[in-house]
Design a protein around this ligand. Structure first.
Ligand code: NDP
Length: 505
């Protein structure tokens, strides 16, 4: 599909509010240093606290999406390697981890959290180099949340009886965990921290484009002196993920990624006694009422869809604006969009970094093309994009109707579709008209309206007068095709425990 209309554009103003290029006081580049980071030329599989090559020895190359330069080679696991990793995890569960008192497991988790804090700069830089996300996000959001998750679940490890009164909480055994590329380290933490706190051992498969912080985490596992086999990390393509989740000696499967793969996994483990949680895609509605503080809402809308290049399962990708404030809001939004800085993820001023892969960039472009072809109006700031790397201009579509693909499908890129409504009932009807149900946002100054909307939205998380806020204490998960089960909070702990036994019975 080709572009049929030229997008409306606007020059990017600089920090002084003047048109781009006219002002000598524009931001100078502020690149984060990389000299404190050591990326190995090659990473082997991490099994039983040892790095080793896959058997037979096979590797694939991981690149930096902002430069398209290779970063490292990583091992391509075989079916036999999956088995080795599960055997190591089973043995660790049997011989050490499940026997440790909760307070001892907690010590390890606290140690991991503290090491992550100490090494936070290194993790933030590698995460940005490998995923394309801006350094200010990996430094200020991802890595602090990762440490917070380990601290939080460390606190629960010796209190499982209090968390689930009148039950006899028991670990499940070996957890198989498959994670995506949009928050590589954060998804690792969401998976590993509750699993270990509950007394399970894990085998984790990161996404093939973003395994580097997982292997850096493996180094933290060794530094924290975890018993061998408690955490195992293997890399390889989707088939290896499937081998892992269907391995007969796995007790728990946790997956975050696309709805299509989530459905395949659900089918594959159906009929087994594996416990399953799925955190899949989304097409969140962000609803702005006419009494909302507009400037605050603009920041929430921007954060909702352009944070992490829009590669966020809970991104506020459908904006619903009450008709009476439509024009002022769109004006403000276009002006704000034009101030976003797109470019080098390692530059501390960058707001929108690189799309994670050429494949994902092509998917975003294809959906944007469909929006134009179906008649929506496109707006993009006239910012310069780097010559190399997978970059995409922050994009806004107006004149979108409910049937457009850009209003229905998960784009997973920096693309916002704007729709309008007149009454709260219409907003609810339109917002819930999606196969997904992961998150939503409501902007209004009326508390009663917030309660009405929150109860009516078929979404696992609803933010009020904010968006994309995460906290380890807060459960996260979806309705409908966004998956099932919850991660985070006490609910996330329960997903890694057998709670069928009752005290005194
Ligand atoms: P996938 O769902 O394919 O990948 C997520 C993880 O699952 C990766 O580790 C991947 O491995 C693995 N995987 C792939 N195929 C299988 C399989 N058959 N069995 C088991 N594991 C498998 O997402 P994509 O990376 O392909 O992204 C496609 C779309 O999915 C995106 O455009 C976006 O819309 C959505 N998505 C949603 C996410 C979310 O958080 N909800 C996260 C990522 C994507 P490998 O990397 O080796 O392929």
């Amino acid at each position: 599909m080709t572009l049929t209309k030229k997008p409306e554009t606007r020059p990017t103003p600089n920090s002084w509010g003047l048109a781009g290029g006219d002002n000598p006081f524009d931001y100078a580049p502020a690149p984060e240093a990389t000299d404190h980071v050591r990326i190995e030329p090659e990473y082997g599989l991490f099994i039983g606290n040892e790095f080793g090559s896959s058997k037979p020895r096979k590797t694939f190359t991981v690149i930096n999406p902002a430069t398209e330069e290779p970063l490292a080679k990583v091992a391509h696991a075989s079916k036999a390697d999956v088995n080795r990793a599960v055997v190591a995890a089973r043995e660790a569960h049997r011989s050490s981890w499940s026997k440790l008192p909760g307070r001892e497991r907690a010590k390890y988790l606290y140690r991991i959290a503290r090491i992550l804090q100490e090494r936070s700069r290194e993790f933030a830089v590698v995460e940005s180099m490998n995923s394309g996300k801006p350094i200010k996000e990996s430094r200020d959001v991802d890595v602090p949340l990762v440490a917070a998750h380990f601290f939080y679940y460390a606190g629960w490890a010796d209190k499982l009886d209090y968390a689930f009164p009148n039950r006899e909480p028991r670990s499940l055994g070996v957890a198989a965990q498959v994670i995506p590329w949009n928050f590589p380290l954060l998804m690792l933490a969401w998976k590993i921290a509750p699993a270990l706190a509950a007394g399970n051992t894990v085998v984790l498969k990161p996404a093939s484009t973003t395994p580097l912080t997982a292997y850096l985490f493996a180094d933290v596992v060794r530094q924290a002196d975890l018993p061998p086999g408690v955490v195992n990390i293997i890399t390889g393509p989707g088939e290896i993920g499937m081998e892992l989740v269907t391995h007969p000696d796995v007790n728990k499967v946790a997956f975050t990624g696309s709805t299509a793969v989530g459905k395949m996994i659900a089918r594959a483990v159906a009929g087994s006694d594996k416990k399953l949680t799925l955190e899949l895609g989304g097409k969140a509605a962000n609803i702005v009422f006419d009494d909302a503080p507009l400037d605050q809402a603009i920041e929430g809308i921007i954060n909702g869809i352009y944070f992490n290049q829009g590669e966020v399962c809970c991104a506020g990708s459908r904006l619903f604006v009450q008709e009476s404030v439509y024009e002022p809001l769109i004006d403000k939004l276009k002006a704000r969009l034009s101030t976003l800085r797109v470019g080098d993820p390692l530059d501390k001023n960058t707001d929108v970094g690189a799309i994670n892969s050429a494949g994902q960039l092509a998917k975003v472009q294809e959906l944007v093309d469909s929006g134009i072809a179906e008649g929506a109006e496109i707006f993009q700031p006239d910012c310069e994009l780097p010559d190399r790397g997978f970059f995409f201009r922050p994009t806004l579509f107006t004149g979108v109707s409910q049937s457009h693909r850009i209003a229905q499908e998960e784009i997973f890129g920096p693309v916002l579709s704007v729709l309008t409504f007149r009454t709260p009932e219409e907003a609810i009807e339109k917002a819930n008209n999606t196969p997904y149900g992961l998150s939503a946002g409501v902007w209004t100054e009326k508390g009663s309206r917030i309660f009405k909307m929150v109860n009516a939205m078929r979404a696992g998380v609803v933010w009020a007068n904010t968006f994309n806020r995460f906290d380890p204490t807060s459960p996260f998960g979806g309705y409908k095709e966004s998956g099932y089960g919850r991660e985070g909070g006490i609910h996330g702990l329960g997903a890694y425990l057998d709670l069928s036994g009752a005290n005194g019975r």
